[in-house]
Design a protein around this ligand. Structure first.
Ligand code: TTP
Ligand code: MG
Length: 355
């Protein structure tokens, strides 16, 4: 039994829902529009079916541009019906939920399911889910299966529409290597441009690049993240926002404090470390919460290049944040809190220390 993540993304979601409502339009280019000015027909394309995409129509372009691309093509332009898509999205979530040990809805049409299984069984489950969504909702989707959220998502985008791509742990590197760097989810335009300018086009090339060099341009955190992704490493947990836990502990000081020396955070840190240990989690962000004597709240935080649950590391960061705070504070502090965020699972964790 392994930790396996499934990512499911509905194909041309809004437009596909519209096709299901009126099957007669399914053979035509379908464009779902978000109008900023209905009378004048202005606004942006929300999404389009794959027939319309063949003519160059895609999310984000202007409606007038889509009309031009589809002139004489018997295309159907529809206003977005968010209420309908929301209802369908909810019903899909309810269908998927029972299959998952952990479940996360990432957007209106994207879902992560964590299952404890074998890759063979996971592939069968993916097929079963795909059939069920066609039977229940008349909708196709693309599914990716992999050892973490990153690989599952990239696998789902690998073949669209109606795709199913399974990437087992041994296949991760050979799956990633030939892909363009801009296939990495969340890679910004600036980062992409920088990589292109350095002739780093494929993930294989990114993987071979010196990490220090990347850090000089992109900063240590962004470079570290990118480097981990290029190696297929992602330890983020599958969990909905309300379960995306952060741990925090706060205490009221016996006397309002005006300096770092007057604050003792040992107990708070010990509590946090033991909570992390209990759930087998590590954190990437460490923060402080402060209430001053005027009852105003202040927060500060720092992102680590490597996730941790080491009490020493946490203490150092907390002290640093408190020192910075006291250097600027103008009123005494009444309550002091410590919190950790961006929690990641330690299960089967790999880190760059291994490279
Ligand atoms: P996506 O999953 O990005 O796109 P899609 O489902 O239309 O197409 P694909 O087959 O490539 O997955 O987004 C889901 C829905 O979100 C999409 O149907 C419409 C909406 N959307 C917008 O309104 N504007 C946008 O810019 C994007 C990207 C999506
Ligand atoms: Mg989609």
């Amino acid at each position: 039994m392994e930790r396996i993540v499934l990512h499911l993304d509905l194909d041309y979601f809004f437009a596909q829902v519209e096709e299901r409502q009126r099957p007669e339009i399914a053979s035509k280019p379908v464009v779902v529009c978000i109008y900023s000015d209905v009378e004048r027909g202005r606004g942006a394309v929300s999404t389009a079916n794959y027939i319309a995409r063949k003519f160059g129509v895609h999310s984000g372009i202007a409606i007038f541009q889509a009309r031009r691309l589809l002139a004489g093509k018997n295309a159907v332009f529809l206003p977005a019906n968010h209420e309908l898509y929301g209802r369908v999205s909810l019903a899909i979530a309810e269908t998927l939920l029972p299959y998952a040990d952990a479940f996360e809805q990432a957007s209106v049409d994207e879902f992560y399911l964590e299952i404890s299984s074998s890759y063979r069984a996971a592939e069968e489950l993916a097929k079963k889910i795909k059939r069920e969504l066609v039977e229940k909702f008349g909708l196709t989707c693309s599914v990716g299966v992999g050892p973490n959220k990153l690989i599952a998502k990239m696998a789902a985008s690998f073949k669209k529409p109606d795709g199913l791509t399974v990437v087992s742990p041994v296949a991760v590197q050979s799956f990633l290597d030939p892909l363009d760097v801009d296939k990495i989810p969340g890679i910004g335009q600036k980062t992409n441009q920088y990589l292109q300018s350095k002739n780093i086009r494929k993930i294989a090339e990114l993987r071979m690049t010196d990490r220090g060099l990347l850090a000089e341009e992109l900063g240590k955190n962004a470079a570290g993240m990118l480097f981990e992704y290029a190696h297929g490493i992602d330890n983020s947990v599958v969990a909905n926002a309300e379960e995306q836990k952060q741990f925090s502990r706060i205490k009221t000081l016996k006397e309002p404090a005006e300096s770092l020396e007057a604050v003792d955070v040992e107990e708070l840190i010990a509590d946090i470390v033991s909570a992390l240990e209990q759930e087998n989690l590590v954190c990437r962000v460490i923060g402080i919460n402060i209430i001053d004597s005027g009852m105003r709240a202040h927060t500060r935080s720092k992102t680590l290049p490597q996730p941790t649950r080491d009490g020493e590391v946490i203490r150092k960061v907390v002290i640093e944040l408190l020192r910075e705070f006291f250097a600027e504070a103008s009123v005494p502090v009444r309550r002091v809190g410590v919190r950790v965020e961006r929690l990641e699972s330690r299960k089967g964790q790999k880190s760059l220390g291994e490279f």
